[in-house]
Ligand binder design. Structure first.
Ligand SMILES: C=C1C[C@]23C[C@@]1(O)CC[C@H]2[C@@]12CC[C@H](O)[C@@](C)(C(=O)O1)[C@H]2[C@@H]3C(=O)O
Ligand SMILES: O=C(O)CCC(=O)C(=O)O
Ligand SMILES: [Fe+2]
Length: 266
């Protein structure tokens, strides 16, 4: 009986990819202090080599991040039928296991929303109408603070690359019509699978982000992996007080390939 119930759980995720739990922890992720006078040079160096770096001493109050995490967990703890009311994703809204429109599957549930109040999809609008006001204010405060920090990072990049004017790269982000988005990812634990197979489930399969830049923040759980230039996958040590910045495809193109859009997965 016990074996039967476990194998049913495995059948359920037969289309979800797995990986060996042997990826090595990488301690060489560049760390940039946003207040360091050398920040612009260090950011460019990190983005050329890895397309990825950890940002410390940033301006986003921890209180915003904690409040957002609390509200997000409340949402993900709702009964499935309630969460499904915010789906299926179009691409905005609540999604579970199916990621994007090309059939990718992962051990994940997520909420994708517009980050720009001027460009709000029907799904984002409905979501906020039907969910507690606390959630909306936590999301708004967080987005506002992270955007401000991101503009600064991208302008430092332009300085470091000697691109003029210094808002040449950040202008599309600052634009009132910017289509920037905000994503909450939740990776539910699945210890039974791990115990039975000896493998790790892939939450969000390997991809590059199509945007200019992505700002990641996670709790103290490891899982994020990046692909180095030599094609090896390494695990990023978590740090819940910092942000991880990754270069997206658009920024790689805007810099003629000088900055590297990093392949990553979770
Ligand atoms: C599997 C996928 C989901 C995604 C499109 C993609 O094919 C690869 C990139 C994914 C991503 C990551 C950043 C954003 O959250 C997103 C909306 C985007 O533009 O690219 C998602 C896409 C998605 O969830 O639809
Ligand atoms: O959840 C993460 O840390 C990574 C997710 C990711 O790559 C994405 O949302 O594009
Ligand atoms: Fe990504």
């Amino acid at each position: 009986m016990v074996v039967h119930s476990q194998s049913t759980a495995l059948d359920h995720c037969s289309l979800i990819k797995t990986c060996k739990p042997t990826t090595s922890v990488f301690n060489g992720i560049p760390v940039v202090n946003l207040r360091d006078p050398e920040a612009k040079t260090l950011i460019v160096k990190a983005c050329e080599e890895y397309g990825f770096f950890k940002l410390v001493n940033h301006s986003v109050p921890m209180e915003f991040t904690t409040r957002l995490e609390t509200e997000a967990l409340k949402f993900f703890n709702f009964p499935q039928s309630d969460k499904d009311k915010a789906g299926p994703p179009d691409p905005f809204g609540y999604g579970c296991k199916m990621i994007g429109s090309n059939g990718d599957m992962g051990w994940i549930e997520y909420l994708l929303l517009n980050a720009n109040p001027q460009i709000t999809s029907h799904k984002t609008h409905t979501f906020f109408r039907e969910n507690p006001e606390n959630f909306r204010s936590a999301v708004d405060d967080y987005i506002q603070a992270v955007k401000r920090m991101t503009f600064e990072v991208v302008e430092l990049m332009a300085d470091g690359l000697k691109i003029e004017p210094r808002d040449a790269l950040s202008r599309p982000l600052r634009d009132d019509k910017s289509d920037s988005c905000f994503r909450l990812n939740h990776y539910p634990p699945c210890p039974a699978f791990q115990a039975l197979s000896g493998r790790n489930l892939i939450g969000f399969g390997e991809h590059t982000d199509p945007q200019i830049i992505s700002v990641l923040r996670s709790n103290n759980t490891s899982g994020l992996q990046i692909c180095l230039k030599d094609k090896t996958w390494v695990s990023v040590p978590p740090d819940q007080t910092s942000f991880f910045i990754n270069v997206g495809d658009a920024l790689q193109v805007m810099t003629n390939g000088r900055l590297r859009s990093v392949k990553h997965r979770y």
